[in-house]
Design a protein. Structure first.
Lengths: 402, 234, 427
C-alpha cells in the first residue's frame, strides 16, 4: 500500500523533471556550473602543495645529508636512503664526492656526482654547452670562474693530476731533475687524465668554482670504491614533513646526518601557504556566488509553478505533501547537477594542471560524495524559502486565471 | 431533512467596503443539479470559493454534509475539500508533465492511495480509456475537461463543483461535457455548476441567479429538465 | 509608450528585475575581483618570493668566488679588492631603484676566538636612512634572512647597539655560548669584547659564523669604509629571449631592443644598472633565486589566469541561464502583449532593453563589490592592497553585454514561438 504511494510520488517527481526538460536543463546547468567550479577549485586547492611544491623544487636541494663523523657514504647507504624517502617524493638525489686535483700545478676541486640527478636537482644552473653524462665521462662541466681563470672554452681540453686514494703525495724534491719529477708524477700512486669541456656552469654562486664530472669516473681515477662526501636531495615536502623525514633517517640510518636547508623549507612554506590561502578565498567567493545563483534559479523555477501548486492544493493536497514533492525534485536536481559537476570539475582541474604544471592531477575520490551532498543541500536549502512562500498560495487562484 | 447535502444560512462575505455576498440562504438536496448564474461581479466566484472549502464566510454558517465548515482553519478545510468536493475548472488545470491517467491518480494520491486500475475505470467512464497515456498537450480541450471530470470524480465526492466548466470549449465539446453531467446526475451525483452560459444553466434541475451578492431568482426547471439539451442535440 | 513600458516594468516588476540585477552583480563582482587579483598576483607573489633572500650579488670586479671554496681568504690577492660602503645607498638611485626591495653590504672577516679562527660577517643588520630624494629607507640583512630562527633579538640600527653580535647556532653550541654572554675577539693585535645579543639558526654555513655590525668588522680588519659584497633583493620580470640575449652582452642588442630591455625589470637590466653606480662592482644574478622566481611567478600567474577565465565562463553561464529563466517566468505577461497585437520584434526589443538596463545597473554595482572582494583577498592573503586595473572595466563591460545578449536569446526565441492563447489559458 505504502509502496503504491511511494511509486506515485516518484512518478510525479520524475515526470516533472523529465517532461519539463527545458526547465530542467536550466536548473541542472546552474547546479552543474556551480559544482564544476567548486569541485575543480577544491581539487586544485588540495593539489597546490603537491603541484606547486614540485615547482618550488626548482630552488634546488632542500635536504643535505652528511655522513656522521669520519665515515663516508657508500652506494648501499645511498639506496637505503632512496627507499626510505620514497621515489615518488624524490625529485633528485645526487651524491657528491669532492677531490682536490691540480691543473697546471694549481689546485682546483673536482666534484664527482650523478650528473643526471644533479641536473634534476638544479634546474636553475645555466649551462653554456650541455650537461655531461655518464656515457662520455671524460666530457665534463667546469664552473664559470674556472673557465675564466684557465681560459677554457667549450670543447677545449685540460689535464687533471692528483694522488690516488690512500696514497701520499711525494713532495717535489730539489735534488731531482724536472724529468725525474715528471716521472714521479706519473708513478703508480698518482693519476692524470685529459678531460674535455662539455659545459660551462653559471649560477651566481659557489658552484662556479668547481669542475663537475661523473662520480664513477672519478672513483675509478682515484682508485677507490664509491664514497660520497655529501648527498643533496630535492624532496617534495614542507618544513614539517622534512623534519619528520630527517628524524626517520637519523633513526634508521644512523651513519647519516640529515640537515634541512632552512632557507628553502621555511620560505616555501610561507609562499605556498599564501597561494593556498588565495585559492581558498577564491573558492569561498565562488561557492557563495554559486549558492546564490542556484537559489535564484530555484526561486524562478518554483515561482513559475504557482498555478500547479495551487491546483494540487485545490485537489486537497496538504502543504507537507506539496513541499515534499518540490524538495524531492530539488534533491534529484542536486544529485544530477552535482554528479555532472564533479566530473566536469575534475576535467577543469585537469586542464588547469596540464596547462600550468604539465602534469595530471590527483583525483580526490572523496570529492564525489562531498560535492553531490553539498549540492543536494544547497539545492534543497535554496528551494526551502521559495517553497515556503509558495505554500501561502491560495488554492482559489486556479478558478479563473489570475 | 436528512437528504440536505448543503445548507447556507445567512452567509455574507465582505471584502473591505465591498459586500460580495449578502445574507445568502440556500439549501441543496443530495442528487440535485444546480446551476448558479449571474453577471460578472455578482458574487459567483465568492460563492464557489465558500462552497469549495477554499474560503470561509465573514458571517453565517455553511453546513456541508452535516458539518459546519464556516469556522474551520485552512488545513481542515483542505481535508474536507479533499473528501467531499470534486472540482472542475474553466481552464482545466491538468499538470502538463503528467499523463491523463497520472493526472487522475494525483487526486487519489492526495486523497488516499493511488490505484491505476481505478483511475483507468474513471477514464473509461468519461470515454477516454484509449487516451490515458497521453500528455495534456496531446489532448483536445474537450478531452482535457473530461480528464478533469474523471479526476474530480475519482474520490467519490459528495458534490461535483464546476467553475465555468464549458467556458473554454466549443459547442461540440460543450455538448459532450453536458451530456456527461447528465449521466452523472442520473447516477445520483450532486452537481453544482457556476456558469454565465444560459444554455448550460438551463439544462439544470434548478437555477439560481445572483446579482450584487444576493439571490434574485430561484427557478425550478424540473419540468423542462433535459429538454434544452435534447433540443440542442438536434 | 515604449519608454513608459520599460520604466513601468523596471519599477513594477521590481522583484524580478532585482533578481536579474542581483545575478549580474554577483557575476560581475566575481569577474572583477578575479581579474584584479589575477593582474596583481604577479607583483604580490613576487614580493612573497623575496623571502628567499637576495637574487643579485654585487662584488668587486677582480674578486673571485673561488676564494670561498678554498678557504684561502688572504694573501692570494683575490680578496684584496673591495667595494666602498658609501656607494651602497646609490643602489636606490638607479632607473629600477623602486624595484630594489632590500639590500645589505657584507664584509667578510675573521678573528681569533678562544685560540681558534672564526669567520666574521659584518653587515647592516638594519638600516634606516633618508635618501637625497627624500624617500625613507628601511632595509638591512634582517629582511634578507627571513628564514633565520632567532633566540634573542636582532641587532639594530641604534648607537647603543654597537659592540653587540649574533652568533651562529653551531658555533654557539660548540663553545657553549648563550644570549647575554660576552665574547672577546682578536685580530692583528686588536682585541675587542662583544655582547652576544642573539643566537641564530640559518640551516646553512652561516651557523658557524659571527654576525656583527659592519663598522665593527671594518675596525677589526683595518678596512674602514670597505665591503666585500652587497646582497640585493629586487622585484624582477621573468627572463625571456631578449633578456637572455642581453645577459650575454648588452652591446649585441639593437637600439630599440636595448631601450626595451633597459626599461624592463629583467634581472640582467637591473644588474647592468647597478654596475653603473657601484664603483668597480660586478652585479650577478643569483640564479638559484632569480631563475626559480621566474618559474614560480609564471606558473602562479598562469594558474590565476586559467582560474579567472574558467570562473568567468562559469559566472557568464550562470547569468545567461538566470536571465533565460526569469524572462521565461514572465512569459505570461509578455504573451499578453502579443495578444494585444505587439510584433515579435517589439517584444524582443522590450525584453532586451529591460534586461540591458537592469544588467547595466547590476554591472556598475557589481564592479564596486568586486573591487571590495579583490581588496579582501589582497588584505587577507598578502596583507596589502591590490591595485585596481582600469582595463578590467572594459573587459567586464564587453563580457557582460555579450552574456546578457546571449542569455536573452533563448528566452526571446521562446517568446516568439509562444502563442498568446496558450499563455493566457495557463498552460
Amino acid at each position: 500500500m505504502a509502496n503504491n504511494r511511494l511509486r506515485m510520488y516518484m512518478r510525479m517527481v520524475s515526470g516533472s523533471l523529465i517532461r519539463r526538460a527545458s526547465r530542467l536543463v536550466i536548473a541542472v546547468l546552474a547546479i552543474a556550473i556551480g559544482a564544476t567550479i567548486l569541485s575543480g577549485l577544491v581539487t586544485i586547492y588540495y593539489d597546490i602543495p603537491e603541484q606547486l611544491g614540485r615547482e618550488f623544487r626548482s630552488y634546488g636541494a632542500n635536504l643535505i645529508i652528511l655522513p656522521r663523523g669520519d665515515s663516508k657514504i657508500t652506494r648501499e647507504t645511498l639506496s637505503r636512503l632512496e627507499n626510505l624517502i620514497g621515489k615518488n617524493k624524490l625529485v633528485g638525489m645526487a651524491p657528491y664526492r669532492y677531490q682536490t686535483v691540480k691543473i697546471n700545478e694549481q689546485p682546483y676541486i673536482i666534484a664527482g656526482t650523478d650528473l643526471a640527478q644533479a641536473e634534476k636537482n638544479s634546474p636553475f644552473w645555466y649551462i653554456e654547452g650541455s650537461w655531461g653524462n655518464s656515457s662520455e665521462p671524460e666530457k665534463v662541466m667546469t664552473g664559470h670562474e674556472i673557465a675564466q681563470t684557465l681560459n677554457l672554452k667549450l670543447d677545449d681540453t685540460f689535464t687533471i693530476q692528483g694522488v690516488k686514494y690512500g696514497e701520499r703525495a711525494e713532495a717535489s724534491r730539489q735534488d731531482l731533475s724536472a724529468q725525474e719529477n715528471q716521472k714521479r708524477d706519473s708513478a703508480r700512486q698518482n693519476f692524470h687524465k685529459k678531460l674535455t669541456v662539455k659545459g660551462i656552469v653559471s649560477t651566481g654562486g659557489a658552484e662556479e668554482g668547481f669542475i663537475f664530472c661523473d662520480i664513477d669516473m672519478l672513483d675509478e681515477l682515484i682508485g677507490d670504491s664509491f664514497r660520497a662526501d655529501v648527498i643533496e636531495c630535492s624532496v617534495i615536502a614542507d618544513a614539517a614533513e622534512l623534519e619528520t623525514l630527517s628524524s626517520r633517517i637519523e633513526k634508521e640510518i644512523p651513519e647519516l646526518q640529515p640537515r634541512a636547508v632552512r632557507r628553502l623549507t621555511q620560505s616555501q612554506d610561507i609562499v605556498l601557504s599564501k597561494l593556498q590561502a588565495l585559492v581558498l578565498l577564491v573558492t569561498v567567493v565562488v561557492l557563495i556566488i554559486t549558492m546564490i545563483s542556484v537559489y535564484t534559479t530555484m526561486t524562478a523555477m518554483i515561482a513559475e509553478r504557482r498555478r500547479e501548486i495551487a491546483l494540487k492544493k485545490a485537489l486537497g493536497a496538504e502543504n507537507k505533501l506539496v513541499m515534499s514533492e518540490l524538495l524531492g525534485e530539488g534533491v534529484l536536481l542536486g544529485i544530477i547537477g552535482g554528479a555532472l559537476g564533479v566530473f566536469l570539475g575534475f576535467e577543469f582541474a585537469l586542464q588547469v594542471s596540464l596547462n600550468v604544471f604539465g602534469r595530471a592531477i590527483n583525483f580526490q575520490i572523496a570529492l564525489i560524495p562531498i560535492t553531490i551532498a553539498v549540492f543536494i543541500i544547497i539545492t534543497v536549502a535554496a528551494s526551502i524559502i521559495p517553497v515556503r512562500k509558495v505554500m501561502d498560495i491560495h488554492p482559489a487562484i486556479v478558478l479563473k486565471g489570475e | 431533512m436528512s437528504n440536505k447535502i448543503l445548507e447556507l444560512n445567512n452567509v455574507s462575505k465582505i471584502y473591505g467596503e465591498l459586500k460580495a455576498l449578502a445574507d445568502i440562504n440556500l439549501s441543496v438536496n443530495a442528487g440535485d443539479w444546480l446551476s448558479i448564474m449571474g453577471p460578472s461581479g455578482s458574487g459567483k466566484t465568492t460563492m464557489i470559493n465558500i462552497i469549495g472549502c477554499m474560503d470561509t464566510p465573514s458571517t453565517g454558517s455553511v453546513i456541508l454534509d452535516g458539518v459546519d465548515i464556516s469556522k474551520e482553519d485552512s488545513s481542515s478545510l483542505t481535508r474536507i475539500r479533499r473528501d467531499k468536493i470534486g472540482l472542475i475548472f474553466q481552464q482545466f488545470h491538468l499538470i502538463s508533465y503528467l499523463t491523463a491517467v497520472e493526472n487522475v491518480m494525483v487526486a487519489q494520491y492526495y486523497h488516499s492511495m493511488p490505484d491505476e486500475s481505478e483511475a483507468m475505470e474513471a477514464l473509461e467512464k468519461v470515454g477516454l480509456k484509449d487516451r490515458a497515456r497521453h500528455l495534456p498537450a496531446q489532448l483536445s480541450g474537450g478531452e482535457q475537461q473530461r480528464v478533469c471530470i474523471a479526476r474530480a470524480l475519482i474520490n467519490s465526492p459528495k458534490i461535483l463543483l464546476g467553475d465555468e466548466p464549458t467556458g473554454n470549449l466549443d459547442e461540440e465539446n460543450e455538448g459532450i461535457v453536458v451530456d456527461l453531467f447528465r449521466r452523472l446526475h442520473s447516477e445520483g451525483v450532486t452537481i453544482i455548476i457556476v456558469t454565465h452560459d444560459p444554455e448550460v444553466g438551463d439544462v439544470a434541475q434548478r437555477k439560481i441567479i445572483l446579482e450584487h451578492g444576493k439571490i434574485i431568482d430561484d427557478i425550478d426547471q424540473s419540468a423542462t429538465f433535459g429538454e434544452a439539451l435534447k433540443l440542442r442535440s438536434k | 509608450m515604449f519608454l513608459r513600458m520599460i520604466i513601468k516594468t523596471l519599477v513594477r516588476q521590481k522583484s524580478k528585475m532585482l533578481m536579474i540585477a542581483f545575478t549580474v552583480i554577483l557575476g560581475v563582482s566575481l569577474s572583477t575581483a578575479m581579474m584584479n587579483v589575477m593582474l596583481g598576483v604577479g607583483d604580490k607573489v613576487n614580493r612573497e618570493l623575496k623571502v628567499y633572500g637576495a637574487n643579485i650579488t654585487v662584488r668587486h670586479k677582480d674578486a673571485a668566488l673561488m676564494s670561498d671554496l678554498y678557504g684561502l681568504t688572504e694573501g692570494l690577492g683575490v680578496n684584496d679588492k673591495f667595494l666602498h660602503e658609501e656607494d651602497v645607498l646609490k643602489l636606490k638611485s638607479i632607473f629600477w631603484g623602486f624595484n630594489i626591495i632590500d639590500f645589505a653590504p657584507v664584509l667578510e672577516g675573521h678573528a681569533v676566538f678562544k685560540n681558534s679562527n672564526v669567520d666574521l660577517i659584518g653587515t647592516w643588520p638594519e638600516k634606516n636612512a633618508i635618501l637625497a630624494t627624500g624617500e625613507e629607507l628601511h632595509t638591512g640583512l634582517k629582511s634578507l634572512r627571513t628564514w633565520w630562527d632567532i633566540q634573542g633579538e636582532w641587532l639594530n640600527d641604534s648607537d647603543s647597539d654597537k659592540d653587540s653580535v649574533m652568533i651562529g647556532s653551531a658555533l654557539a653550541s660548540q663553545n657553549n655560548i648563550h644570549v647575554g654572554d660576552s665574547i672577546t675577539l682578536t685580530n692583528n693585535g686588536l682585541t675587542k669584547t662583544f655582547r652576544v645579543k642573539a643566537v641564530f639558526n640559518d640551516g646553512g654555513n652561516y651557523d658557524e659564523k659571527i654576525l656583527m655590525h659592519l663598522s665593527d668588522v671594518q675596525e677589526l680588519m683595518h678596512l674602514p669604509g670597505k665591503v666585500s659584497h652587497i646582497e640585493v633583493s629586487a622585484l624582477t620580470t621573468p627572463d625571456n629571449d631578449l633578456a637572455r640575449k642581453a645577459a650575454q652582452d648588452p652591446r649585441s642588442l639593437s637600439p630599440e631592443e636595448y631601450e626595451t630591455w633597459y626599461c624592463t625589470a629583467y634581472v640582467s637590466a637591473i644588474c647592468h644598472q647597478i654596475q653603473e653606480v657601484i664603483r668597480d662592482g660586478v652585479a650577478k644574478p643569483v640564479r638559484q633565486v632569480a631563475e626559480s622566481e621566474g618559474t614560480i611567478l609564471n606558473k602562479t600567474t598562469l594558474l590565476m589566469i586559467l582560474i579567472t577565465i574558467l570562473s568567468s565562463i562559469g559566472s557568464a553561464l550562470a547569468i545567461s541561464n538566470l536571465i533565460t529563466a526569469s524572462v521565461i517566468e514572465r512569459s505570461q505577461e509578455l504573451g499578453l502583449l502579443k495578444a494585444l497585437g505587439a510584433y515579435n520584434w517589439q517584444i524582443a526589443l522590450l525584453v532586451l532593453s529591460e534586461v540591458m538596463l537592469t544588467g547595466l545597473a547590476g554591472g556598475v554595482i557589481g564592479y564596486f563589490v568586486g573591487i571590495g572582494f579583490a581588496q579582501i583577498i589582497g588584505q587577507t592573503v598578502f596583507g596589502s592592497y591590490i591595485e585596481i586595473a582600469r582595463m578590467v572595466i572594459l573587459i567586464v563591460a564587453v563580457i557582460l553585454f555579450l552574456v546578457t545578449l546571449a542569455g536573452s536569446i533563448p528566452a526571446i526565441r521562446y517568446l516568439m514561438a509562444l502563442k498568446p492563447t496558450e499563455v493566457l489559458h495557463g498552460k
